[in-house]
Write a protein that binds this ligand. Structure first.
Ligand code: GLY
Length: 349
């Protein structure tokens, strides 16, 4: 078992291990008392992990209620958010009670936001069941739902009380969903840690997954401690994401977030080499790591379309944006670039 302490506006532990879902109840009871918990989960995760989660909480003397919503990004909406908050109110949750987010990024982001709003804030616990949620979205306190104008536009920084990741939950993921999380793992390697990159670049990571998740969480913990509110260094975590958002949109969200990030990292690495921003061209290594982890390396969209979408996301021309580029493998930097340079970057697809 690995335990990582996060020190943001709130201190909490991220506990990672196989079979630790049974410890959830005792850990919550000792941190939060024996109040009541609303477990929030989606229609897929419910089938696999709800019973065990409920049992663990109930054995520790915590009463539970369950809010299930339809699986999928469409549920990350203000409608489901408000249904969840109404559910908390109907169940008369007080500030001595708490929410448990059992699932992937949609569940964690929405539950965190509901917890931040209901009664001006009740505690919540993250139980990530996807690799992407385990290494990224469950840690660091970003919560949000989508608006018509774009993803994650309504949210708050609100840290959980505990993150508990039972690595058995990753065994129930499809290969595609697992690969999605690997894109974020590769991303941590390229931004911060050559050794991590070397460990995962060949694929076949499952036997070592607990340590790999723990390393990603340590790296995220460090950057969140330096910049919790995303004004500087935390933006390094957006490596690959500017183009990824365009790719997701151009594909009408047929291309998953992880696949889009994988391609976005290749574009950013190529651009960094071509535009003279890097000391080392990392493109080939990232492409190989993607391939070995069942991730794509390119997309068929026209460069102008990718740049147009990225620009419309920024809702302006003539300004600058922070764009993340690798200087060498294991070290990325934020470059302030004119938004129009996005056209040159997209040419590197
Ligand atoms: N997912 C990027 C961040 O937490 O800042």
């Amino acid at each position: 078992m690995e335990i990582i302490k996060v020190n943001a506006s709130k201190e909490y532990e991220v506990v990672i291990g196989s079979g630790i879902l049974s410890e959830l109840g005792e850990r919550c009871a000792s941190l939060l008392g024996k109040g009541r918990a609303v477990i929030v989960t989606d229609s897929n995760v419910k089938e696999y992990w709800l019973d065990e989660t409920k049992k663990s909480l109930q054995l520790a003397g915590i009463q539970t209620s369950v809010f299930v919503f339809p699986a999928g990004e469409e549920s990350k909406s203000k409608e489901t958010l408000f249904e969840l908050i109404e559910f908390m109110a109907e169940n008369r949750l007080t500030r001595s009670d708490f929410a448990v987010a059992l699932g992937g990024g949609v569940t964690g982001d929405m539950t965190g936001l509901a917890a931040s709003l209901y009664l001006r804030g009740i505690p919540f616990v993250q139980v990530p069941t996807t690799l992407l949620a385990a290494v990224d979205s469950s840690v660091g306190g970003k919560t949000a739902v989508n608006l018509k104008a774009g993803k994650n536009l309504m949210g708050a920084f609100y840290q959980p009380e505990l993150v508990l990741c039972d690595t058995r939950t990753l065994d129930t993921l499809s290969d595609e969903i697992f690969a999605d999380g690997m894109a974020e793992v590769i991303k941590y390697g390229v931004i911060f840690d050559r050794e991590l990159f070397d460990r995962v670049k060949g694929g076949n990571v499952k036997s070592d997954i607990e340590k790999i998740i723990a390393r990603c969480v340590e790296l995220k913990r460090d950057v969140v401690a330096r910049d919790e509110f995303d004004k500087g260094d935390r933006q390094l975590l957006n490596f690959g994401h500017t183009m990824a958002h365009s790719i997701e949109k151009c594909s009408n969200f047929e291309i998953s977030h992880g696949s889009a990030v994988a391609i976005g990292m290749v574009i950013a690495a190529k651009a960094s080499a071509k535009l003279g921003w890097s000391d080392e061209d990392c493109t080939a290594e990232i492409m190989n790591a993607n391939k070995n982890n069942n991730l794509p390396t390119e997309c068929g969209f026209a460069p102008n379309d990718l740049a147009d979408v990225a620009l419309s996301d920024k809702k302006r021309t003539g300004g600058t944006i922070n764009f993340v580029v690798p200087e060498v493998m294991g070290r990325c930097v934020l470059k302030k670039i004119p938004v129009e340079t996005l056209y040159k970057i997209a040419e590197c697809k």
